[in-house]
Design a protein around this ligand. Structure first.
Ligand code: MF3
Ligand code: CO
Ligand code: CO
Length: 272
């Protein structure tokens, strides 16, 4: 362990250990991000452009007096990533019309008093078909299995293993090319939170670690490629992909989920 220039400390794996008081900052930031994802639910309909959803999110960020973490991040220009159907992540909002049966992930990160809240969830335009519903269900439940593995003494490999085992038991695949990440007063920090792995491997979880878990799950093969826009990641085999993301903090007995939906709309966002 080394002492850091500010409060807290950094583990030998380079992971910051935050203090008790810091949980309140993360809760506030996570709540705002989740509220914005709640607010967008009624707008997701066939015939709506993804850039219209992003414009709404930009307004919601402003209205709350907080800051978008993604606008200006490595040249990214939008307040959300919107990833439709076979887009795995980092879909760029644009003049693309949603059509009946489309499934989409909307990912929002805000900065509130210097703390980062990062969350994403799945939405449906119109009627949801059975295969897509199963994918969304399995992806959500895989995230929650990962979160159940979050407690001091467990390892990051335990989280990845819980997710991978569940996804593969359902004959779907875990994307390897993207991972979760530490966050706090920064957007992306160590560790890389892999959504696959072996029990007991990787860094040991300690109280005060803040990170995201954000599994991407494909109906087909796990391989992805990045489109010419340098952002949009798609499945190589064009199969459907889904993702859910929470920001969490390790507590003495388990974890706090900072990005729970105040409206109870994390999943499902649609009626059945
Ligand atoms: N919110 C994404 C994540 O979960 C990162 C988006 S970066 C952007 O880490 F620039 F593409 F917006
Ligand atoms: Co993230
Ligand atoms: Co995100």
């Amino acid at each position: 362990m080394t002492l850091d220039e500010t409060r807290g400390r950094i583990t030998r794996d380079g992971i910051r250990i935050y203090e008790d008081a810091d949980f309140a900052g993360m809760r506030a930031a996570g709540r705002v991000a989740a509220e914005i994802l709640d607010a967008v639910v009624p707008l997701v309909q066939p015939g709506v452009m993804t850039e219209t959803l992003d414009d709404f999110i930009t307004e919601e960020v402003k209205r709350r007096g907080v800051t978008s973490a993604t606008i200006g991040y490595k040249g990214y220009r939008h307040a959300s990533c919107i990833s439709v159907n076979h887009v795995v992540c980092h879909g760029i909002p644009g003049p693309k019309l949603l059509k009946d049966g489309d499934i989409l992930n909307i990912d929002v990160t805000v900065i509130v008093d210097g703390w980062f809240g990062d969350t994403s969830r799945m939405y449906v335009a119109g009627e949801l078909n059975r295969k897509a519903e199963r994918l969304i269900e399995v992806t959500h439940d895989a995230l929650m299995k990962g979160i159940e593995a979050v407690k001091p003494g467990n390892t990051f490999g335990d989280i990845g293993h819980a997710i991978q085992t569940y996804v593969e038991a359902n004959r779907m695949s875990v994307v390897r090319d993207f991972c979760g990440h530490g966050l706090g007063r920064v957007f992306h920090a160590p560790p890389n939170v892999l959504h696959y792995g072996r029990p007991g491997t990787g860094a040991v979880l300690e109280e005060g670690m803040f990170f995201t878990i954000e599994p991407m799950v494909n109906l087909g093969r796990p391989e992805t490629k990045i489109l010419a826009d340098d952002w949009t990641a798609v499945t190589r085999d064009k199969s459907l992909s889904a993702q859910f993301e929470h920001s969490v903090g390790v507590t003495a007995t388990g974890c706090d989920i900072f990005t729970l939906s105040p409206a109870g709309l994390f999943h499902p966002t649609y009626r059945r």
